[in-house]
Every structure is written in C-alpha cells, then in structure tokens.
Design a protein around this ligand. Structure first.
Ligand SMILES: O=C(CO)[C@H](O)[C@H](O)COP(=O)(O)O
Ligand SMILES: [Co+2]
Length: 223
C-alpha cells in the first residue's frame, strides 16, 4: 500500500517543511496536483515545484496533471524529477501515444478517470499503463466528499487485473479519502491512497497517516 499525501492542502509557503513532516510520519509518495485553470477551474503550480522538492525527499513524486494538452509538459516534468506522470483520459485525444511518450521520458505512466467516465473507456490501454487513478471526487479542489458510485470502478479494475493477462497497473484513489473511505477502497483492491485535507488539516500528520494504514490493513483482510 502507498500513502500519498497531496500537497494541495499543505502550507504553500513551506512545501519542503511539510514534505519532510510527512516523510518522517511514514508517507510513501508525495502527490502533486497540477491544475491549469482550463481543464479544471483552479490554478496551482507547475514543474518548478517538482524540481524544488526533488533534492529534499526520497519519496516517489506522484504528479497528477489536471491540464488540457498534457503532451506539452512531459519533457519538463521528466527533467524536473517526476516519477509518476498521470494524465486524464478526458484531457487528451491521443492517450496511447501520450503513454508511449511518458515512458520514453523515463517516467511511469498513469491514467486518471473522472467520476463520470467508465472503466470501459480506458480498457484498450490498461495493459500499457503503470497506474489507473480513479477520481473519487470531481477534480479541481481539495476537501470534497467521496463519491460512492466510484467504488464499483475500483472493483472492476481489480477484477480485470486479476483475470486479464499482461495487466500490471496499480489502482490509486484521490478525493475525500479518510480512514472510513480508505477502508472501503482497500476492500476493492486499491493500492495507492491520496489524501490532502484529511492529513494536512491536523497538527500532527502522523496520526492520520497511521489511521489510514490501519484502515487499509483492515479493509484488505476483507478482500
Ligand atoms: O486531485 C485532487 C483534487 O482534484 C486532490 O489530489 C484531492 O482533492 C485531494 O484532496 P482531499 O483529500 O482533501 O479530497
Ligand atoms: Co490529485
């Protein structure tokens, strides 16, 4: 299991300090939400934040691109030190080619699906990706509530991975993740858990990270 705190809810004036705090508290990845004000209404940050964080942590840098035309940014994020580069199915016309380009640049390729997008839409590329991100809220903002109807997509992906030949992707969830919702996701085969407000809204970030790990362990026993 991978716990991936989203720095969307961190202190924008002290990203390196907050990244050190989550690393010491046992987080595995840093989730970096890139928003362009077009694909989603919000604007956040670009590859400069990845480049600035890279020397300060050994954690995997998990970049979530909520932008139109993600093709234009593959090279800069690869050079900045991103490990996962996850693009939205809804944001590109040439998903298969984009996955190839991401791999050519030495990054792991993820594909994200919005709550209204079915798993069937990405089935043709499931054997080509390293991760599928099931959005459990509509993208754009932190602090929203988990959308229950997304759970069956986790189960479908888990089933596909178990039955299908050549499928080797991780399943990630993002949005409204708490100990309660993480337990539901864990029961449905999820590997990576993004949480922003649940972690950073607490004084002591180790308590929510520990609570997530416990909930996931418990949920996995029910698979
Ligand atoms: O991609 C995102 C929003 O589009 C964020 O990663 C996500 O919302 C995390 O925030 P929270 O855990 O507070 O819901
Ligand atoms: Co995200």
């Amino acid at each position: 299991m991978f716990i991936a705190p989203s720095i969307l809810s961190a202190d924008f004036g002290n990203f390196t300090g907050d990244v050190k705090r989550i690393e010491e508290a046992g987080a595995d990845w840093v989730h970096i939400d890139v928003m362009d004000g077009h694909f989603v209404p919000n604007l956040t940050f670009g590859s400069g934040v990845v480049e600035a964080l890279r020397p300060h942590t050994k954690m995997t840098l998990d970049v979530h691109m909520m932008v139109d035309n993600p093709e234009a940014h593959v090279e800069t994020f690869a050079n900045a030190g991103a490990d996962y580069f996850t693009v939205h199915y809804e944001a590109t016309k040439h998903l298969h080619g984009l996955i190839q380009t991401i791999h050519k640049h030495g990054m792991k390729a993820g594909v994200a699906i919005n709550p209204a997008t079915p798993v069937a839409a990405i089935e043709p590329i499931l054997n080509d990706v390293d991760m599928v991100l099931v959005m459990t809220v509509n993208p754009g903002f932190g602090g929203q509530s988990f959308i229950e109807s997304t759970v069956k997509k986790m189960a479908q992906l888990h089933e596909y991975r178990r039955e299908g030949e050549g499928a080797n992707f991780l399943i990630e969830v993002d949005g409204g993740i708490t100990d309660e919702t993480a337990r539901i996701c864990a029961k449905n085969g999820v590997d990576a858990y993004v949480a922003g407000s649940y972690i950073f809204n607490k004084e002591d970030v180790s308590a929510p990270i520990d609570a997530l790990k416990q909930a996931i362990k418990f949920g996995r026993m029910k698979i």
